[in-house]
Design a protein. Structure first.
Length: 281
């Protein structure tokens, strides 16, 4: 192995140390604080980026509830949903489609992201070969990337949108999955694919030099926004305290800072889970 590759490997290892230590300390915290709440966040992005986004919110909720709230995520969507099925999380942040499934396991939505339509977008490189989604103009060997088969906005909704144009992605294109929104965007930027499905918050989170090379060429119709749901064994008083704390976050003195870290413009709004009954896969 070359010296350069060894240095790269060591750099990656050192970057992973904080995640490992954080995971170990979280496990210890579980023993020390048996009455903590586990806040499961769907692995939309890398663990380090999700931690940066959601740890401040977990800290705010800890203060509001007077009980430790522990941010946790999973290596992939399927593992996350397996843990949801087992009731391992007390509250969860996930997409509308997976929320429909989570209702079967005893979860109910209390708030949703406010202020921005929930849509999928199709993104290409500005200097790439895809200029239009006109079926007769698309090359025969188009490579399309998605984060995960269960990424609702990025994968399911964009595929459905393409079908309305007469384009069946799984038959017409070379489909690749990259595990997260960030990975799909970086694959497009690097030229590994010609087009990707994603959503606006992830595109906005990319460094400016990457954003400047990419452009949105289509956007899907909207669906209900991303919810936060709680398990039905949570006491009513605690559930309502959580609902109010989340809905009032944008009025809190640290609310703007917390929301900015998450990329949400207007915080959360109280919601009844009936809004998700028409969500289809």
């Amino acid at each position: 192995m070359s010296v350069k590759k060894i240095k790269q490997a060591l750099s990656i290892a050192f970057l992973l140390i904080p995640i490992f230590v954080w995971s170990m300390s979280s496990a210890v915290a579980s023993d020390v604080h048996p009455k903590h709440l586990r806040f499961g966040v769907l692995p939309l992005q890398s663990p380090t980026k999700l931690a940066s986004m959601f740890l401040p919110l977990a800290g705010y909720l800890t203060d509001q509830l007077g009980k430790p709230v522990q941010f946790v995520t999973s290596p992939n969507f399927s593992t996350f949903m397996a843990r949801v099925e087992k009731g391992e999380y007390d509250l969860i942040y996930l997409n509308p489609m997976l929320y429909r499934r989570s209702r079967t396991y005893g979860y109910r939505a209390i708030v949703s992201v406010a202020g921005e339509p929930f849509t999928g977008i199709l993104v290409v490189r500005k200097d790439g070969r895809i200029k239009s989604l006109a079926n007769d103009l698309l090359p025969k060997d188009v490579r399309i990337g998605f984060p995960d088969p269960d990424a609702f906005a990025a994968t399911v909704m964009t595929k459905q949108y393409l079908e309305t144009l007469g384009i069946e992605a799984d038959k017409r294109m070379q489909v690749q999955y990259f595990g997260s929104q960030d990975s799909a965007l970086l694959a497009l930027y690097s030229g590994l694919v010609d087009i990707i499905g994603t959503w606006r918050p992830s595109l906005r989170s990319m460094p400016k030099d990457i954003q400047d090379k990419l452009t949105i060429i289509a956007e899907t119709p909207p669906q209900p926004q991303m919810p936060i749901a709680v398990i039905n064994t949570m006491p009513d008083s605690e559930r309502e305290l959580l609902r109010s704390a989340l809905a009032e976050l944008h009025h809190h003195k640290d609310g703007e800072r917390i929301l900015r870290r998450m990329g949400f413009k207007q915080g959360f709004a109280k919601i009844n889970d009936r809004a998700y009954m028409d969500v289809t896969e």
